[in-house]
Design a protein around this ligand. Structure first.
Ligand SMILES: Cc1cc2nc3c(=O)[nH]c(=O)nc-3n(C[C@H](O)[C@H](O)[C@H](O)COP(=O)(O)OP(=O)(O)OC[C@H]3O[C@@H](n4cnc5c(N)ncnc54)[C@H](O)[C@@H]3O)c2cc1C
Length: 221
């Protein structure tokens, strides 16, 4: 089922990521980490839905989406970036396999942080975030979504990696065997993994090689 919604406001979170605040359709509920198919309700765009993840607390009165814009695709994300408040959109019922399954380590690449933003905000609101960790990989420090909020939420257990321009608070490198061996002590915990498909494949293979149980991996299937 599709739900009608309206753009209330938008603002930049990073140089190419925008936070969109939408009205919350009556009766619409979702589990933190689930995605929806979102479309702009206008000629030429109505049939072009794309998957995005509500990043707001599941109890909030509005819906937030945190969306990386790809101008070079000339697709939906670019069209979203050009919308003005008042624009009409539709969202599907929620779907997806990412959800909270218990304490563990969140491992994200780039915009793959979005399902974890929803889960982390939910856990933080319920004061249940202790005992969790974060490894968040990006190209540069300027690409990191919600850095301050994540540092505040995870404290010493937040680890930020960048491919280029490592500086104070950002380690140089990628999520590889060397990094995981240094950052993970408990191999029996859950691992939440989300990023581009090559990131997911590489990280999950490495985790399992190092001792993570296949049924302890939470990812979009
Ligand atoms: C479950 C799920 C949840 C997601 N949640 C989020 C989220 O919360 N936030 C977020 O930012 N992203 C999220 N994504 C990713 C998001 O869906 C894509 O970034 C989005 O669909 C891109 O849409 P687009 O129309 O801009 O581009 P696309 O649909 O990727 O491309 C549009 C057209 O551009 C062309 N194109 C494609 N790649 C290139 C390229 N490299 N160079 C030039 N042209 C190209 C193709 O012709 C294509 O038809 C999620 C994905 C999934 C699967």
């Amino acid at each position: 089922m599709n739900h009608a919604t309206t753009l209330l406001m938008k603002e930049f979170v990073t140089h190419d990521v925008i936070r969109f605040i939408l009205s919350r359709p009556e009766g619409f509920t979702f589990g933190p980490g689930q995605g929806v198919d979102l479309a702009i309700d206008a000629d030429d765009w109505r049939d072009q839905s794309r998957p995005f993840t509500p990043t707001s607390s599941s109890k909030a009165g509005v819906l937030e989406f945190t969306i990386k814009i790809y101008p070079e695709h000339a697709g939906v994300t670019q069209a979203l970036a050009e919308l003005e408040p008042g624009a009409a959109l539709t969202i599907s019922d929620p779907w997806g396999t990412i959800g909270y399954r218990g304490p563990g380590m969140f491992i994200a690449g780039g915009a793959g942080i979005t399902p974890f933003l929803a889960i982390v905000r939910h856990l933080r609101d319920e004061r249940r975030l202790a005992g969790h960790g974060l490894i968040f990989a990006n190209k540069t420090a300027a690409d990191v979504i919600c850095e301050k909020e994540l540092r505040a939420a995870f404290g010493e257990q937040a680890h930020f990696l960048v491919e280029h321009g490592a500086t104070c608070g950002f380690e140089a490198g990628r999520v590889d065997e060397h990094l995981l061996k240094r950052r993970i002590e408990d191999w029996s915990q859950r691992f939440y993994v989300c990023g581009p498909p090559p990131f997911n494949n590489a990280v999950m293979q490495t985790l399992q090689r190092l001792g993570a149980q296949p049924d302890a991996l939470v990812f979009e299937q």
